[in-house]
Design a protein around this ligand. Structure first.
Ligand code: TTP
Ligand code: MG
Length: 393
């Protein structure tokens, strides 16, 4: 039996906890509402106005001018996240964090100690509330997909059980987008085939789906639509990626300015990788132009790296290949396909002298940054900044 736990309006709920006088008001956490960043999240009151995560903050402001707009205070959220995960690990070591506010638990075999899954779910909600003053929603189901779905169906402050004998009746009427992996485009393609609900996917002739979506996708969405999912809870799974992105205050046409931003973002990604002892096998550049067209380009690195320089070098190559024709609104750098632990190749053969030296310098810079803040030290080309502020997004 799998439990899925997801905090309700996480950043907004934490801000409300810190400022109880805001109770009942629509709270929007994210970038400066006068700027061009995005909404990180918002309270359920704000959602009534159509505001949601990742929406341009200016759009949120149009929809909800009476909202309370607050900046992101990551340290607070990370601390609460640790508290939540700690509560969960009291019930089983099989806890797989999925994001800052969400985790799967495998509670098979915990019944003797803590009672049936629903009781465990209730206790988790109670203990999280007691220790963090935050509410969460919990889903209980035979597998990951259904447990996460159960959580979503019960939000906020829900406790939803999908029993094995009620899977079909729960799934069948839902819209196809509830199936993990079915986005807007797939949904449109399904609609063109007359398929609108999860139940219709489950019963559609497999051959017909294959002809449109290929073997792998068909297998994937049809199994999920039937409520089948055999993914295990993996307590030590690495995050999928580490990334950082910025929206410029004003669309930028100067390639030098863009490269400088990419240098800074590469540094942030490198620092985050080193902090956790990860290295990235893939480096990805994201670039959004003024018309909101977004391109991503990635490259695989051998060996995987946690070095600012190696990341930046790769990003520059990708950037050179995708020089935008229109002014640029947003740039992002991501390290993906993460691996953990020491660089095997390096320990076997020993890296070249200069690589070792760069690694030593970068680690020393991390220490200074930890002590004095992220902006304490920067590569020389970041120090002079002739014009233009940047906004966090
Ligand atoms: P979610 O769990 O997706 O959202 P939520 O907890 O705010 O609201 P709920 O689960 O009740 O629907 O994400 C957790 C946090 O991650 C969220 O509080 C803020 C952050 N986040 C972003 O910064 N940007 C995003 O686009 C999303 C989806 C989340
Ligand atoms: Mg949440």
């Amino acid at each position: 039996v799998i439990l899925h736990v997801d905090m309700d309006a996480f950043y907004a709920a934490i801000e409300l906890r810190e400022r109880p006088e805001l109770a009942g008001k629509p709270i929007i956490v994210g970038a400066d509402p006068r700027g061009r960043g995005v909404v990180s999240t918002c309270s359920y009151e704000a959602r009534k106005f159509g505001v949601h995560s990742a929406m341009p903050i200016s759009e949120a402001y149009r929809r909800c001018p009476q909202g309370v707009y607050l900046p992101v205070r990551m340290e607070l959220y990370v601390a609460a996240s640790h508290q939540v995960m700690e509560v969960l690990r009291r019930f089983t070591p099989l806890v797989e964090p999925l994001s800052i506010d969400e985790a799967f638990l495998d509670v098979a075999g915990c019944e003797g100690l803590f009672g049936p899954p629903e009781t465990i779910a209730r206790r988790i909600k109670k203990e999280i509330l007691a220790e963090t003053k935050l509410s969460c929603s919990v889903g209980v189901a035979p597998n990951k997909f259904l447990a996460k779905l159960a959580t979503e169906l019960g939000k906020p402050d829900g406790l939803t059980v999908i029993a094995p004998d009620r899977i079909a009746e729960t799934l069948d009427p839902l819209p196809v987008t509830r199936v993990f992996g079915v986005g807007k485009r797939t949904a449109e393609a399904l609609a063109a085939l007359g398929i609108h609900t999860v139940g219709q996917i489950a019963r559609a002739p497999t051959e017909m789906l294959r002809a449109h979506f290929g073997d792998a996708s068909t297998q994937h969405i049809q199994s999920l639509a039937r409520g089948e999912d055999d993914r295990r809870v993996e307590p030590h799974r690495l995050p999928q990626q580490v990334g950082s992105e910025r929206t410029f205050d004003r669309d930028v046409t100067d390639a030098r300015l863009m490269r400088r931003q990419l240098l800074e973002l590469s540094g942030l990604v490198g620092m985050e990788l080193r902090r956790h002892g990860y290295r990235a096998r893939t480096v990805r550049l994201k670039l959004r132009t003024e018309d909101f067209a977004t391109i991503t380009r990635s490259r695989t690195l051998t060996p995987p790296t946690d070095s600012d320089r190696a990341i930046y070098r790769t990003i520059l190559e990708l950037f050179a290949k995708s020089l935008p024709k229109l002014p640029v609104r947003l740039l992002g750098v991501t390290g993906a396909d993460l691996v953990h632990g020491p660089d095997e190749q390096a320990t076997l053969f020993g890296p070249p002298e200069d690589v070792q030296k760069v690694a030593r310098v970068e680690r020393a810079m991390d220490k200074v940054r930890e002590k004095f803040g992220r902006t304490a030290l920067k590569p020389a080309s970041l120090v002079a900044r002739p014009r233009g502020k940047r906004s966090d997004s």
